[in-house]
Design a protein around this ligand. Structure first.
Ligand SMILES: [Zn+2]
Length: 453
């Protein structure tokens, strides 16, 4: 984690107290012309850029991230924790003066497990829909990568290393030999061996009478350091509702075409992961830009959209675009999706512009131009073709959209090793400097689109 040192932020705060329009920020104009964090060239900023750069502050965004990732933690679509995050985001945006609405939509049933052990151990994992539910407190028997069991497990917890394709055999063998609960520790994929294995949902070909958990690699490694006993509660969640949090501020200048520009992120996370970088970082980028842009003059409506249930397959964003009639869809000039915008993983030092078809659109062009003005010419990559985040839903509806994030320099598939794992925490996986750069790039790009017809 690296600190952003910027005295000019103070100048920005002082100017903010006195002036609300772009043309009246003499105090910040000079401060914002300093070299931007990590930039190789001097900036050449427009008055609009200066208004954004003088105000955005990664440390303010980090305060929101502490609530979402450290306090609330796992934010699984449709669960109470995801709802707490939605209420928090809604309240913050209302306090900033936005008109905010929660847009509900259904999400599938799921089984989740919580685990407690010595030294404040408290974890979550996904569990099989074909296994049982309930509470178990028992000792652990480590069976390694066995697929058969010969000893009596007498009400204990069976711990396996996953043998892909043999999960049913492992679960059945343990249940038949008296296990009260089965834990299967995930193994790394051959496609992305650099990524630690995440919690997973064991899909069984027949039902097993006891709970069957899919643990992350991290969980398995920690248990094998000598955890002898666990308390586990396994719950089936049904009739679930997730929400998009939709905030809007109308254009302050005439907007005859009723144009709107969107900045977005998803606030849910995967089982077991506190979603620090994925996508707490994008969520708090949106909250900080909402604060900075709320009083700046624009010719387009400004929408801040935080999607639920992205991790289940872009469910929230797809629901949002489905609700738009054709005229409403045509009025959206672009959607800037921010997914994983602050990892501290050293090799993930390239800021990527991703569009579903790899083509330039309003959002990627605006970020490219903002990068040049901020002094990052040649330091970003793309646009290249990649979906796998909520911009895909907009692309499918014919709306300009891009996804923006930090990744390895060789290819946008190069993510941090703790991606989707319990270690995606602020402490392990957040760089304040990268968050600041993301804020400046998207803030300047978004405002440049918003302030023109
Ligand atoms: Zn994500």
């Amino acid at each position: 984690m690296s600190e952003v040192k910027r005295r000019d932020l103070l100048a920005g705060a002082a100017a903010l107290a006195g002036f609300a329009t772009v043309g009246l920020l003499p105090g910040t104009a000079a401060a914002a012309t300093r070299q931007r964090p990590g930039a190789l060239r001097a900036p050449s900023l427009t008055p609009g850029d200066k208004a954004v750069v003088a105000r955005v502050d990664a440390r303010r965004a980090l305060r929101h991230l502490k609530v979402l990732s450290d306090e609330i933690g796992w934010r699984i679509a449709g669960t109470d924790a995801e709802h707490r995050a939605a209420w928090y985001i809604q309240r913050e945006l209302r306090n900033l003066g936005y008109k905010v609405q929660l847009q509900p939509f259904p999400v599938p049933d799921k089984v989740l497990a919580e685990m407690w052990g010595r030294d404040n151990l408290h974890w979550q994992s996904a569990a099989s829909l074909q296994g049982g539910t309930g509470a178990v407190k028992a000792d652990i028997v480590d069976l390694g990568d066995a697929t058969t069991v010969t000893t009596d497990l007498g009400g204990r917890i069976a711990l396996f290393t996953r043998v892909t394709g043999q999960e049913t055999a492992q679960a059945k063998a343990a249940a038949e030999h008296g296990a009260a609960l089965v834990m299967i520790v995930n193994v790394r994929s051959t496609t992305y061996p650099e990524r630690k294995a995440a919690s997973f949902v064991p899909v069984l070909t027949e039902s097993v009478g006891v709970p069957v958990l899919g643990l992350a690699e991290y969980h398995g490694a920690e248990l094998r350091k000598g955890v002898k006993r666990l308390s586990v509660k396994v719950t089936k969640h049904t009739n679930l509702t997730s929400y998009n949090v939709l905030a809007e501020r109308k254009a302050t200048l005439p907007n005859p075409g009723r144009k709107a520009v969107i900045v977005s992120a998803h606030y849910d996370s995967v089982p077991g992961s506190p979603g620090g970088n994925d996508d707490g970082s994008g969520t708090v980028l949106c909250l900080e830009l909402a604060r900075v842009l709320r009083r700046l003059p624009t010719q387009q409506d400004l929408r801040i959209c935080l999607w639920g249930a992205e991790e289940l397959g872009l469910v929230g964003a797809r629901h949002y675009v489905k609700q738009l009639d054709d005229a409403a869809a045509a009025r959206i000039s672009g959607c800037f999706q921010n997914d994983m915008v602050a990892t501290s993983h050293p090799p993930a030092g390239t800021y990527w512009l991703l569009s579903v078809d790899g083509a330039v659109n309003t959002t990627t062009a605006a970020v490219t131009a903002a990068a040049e003005r901020l002094g990052y010419t040649g330091q970003t990559k793309g646009p290249v073709a990649r979906g796998s985040s909520d911009h895909e839903a907009f692309f499918e509806r014919g709306i300009a959209a891009g996804n923006f994030s930090w990744r390895g320099g060789e290819a946008p598939s190069q993510l941090e090793p703790v991606y989707h794992t319990p270690e995606d925490t602020i402490a392990n996986n957040i760089s304040l400097q990268r968050l600041q750069v993301s804020l400046e790039l998207i803030g300047c790009a978004l405002y440049e689109v918003a302030r023109h017809k």
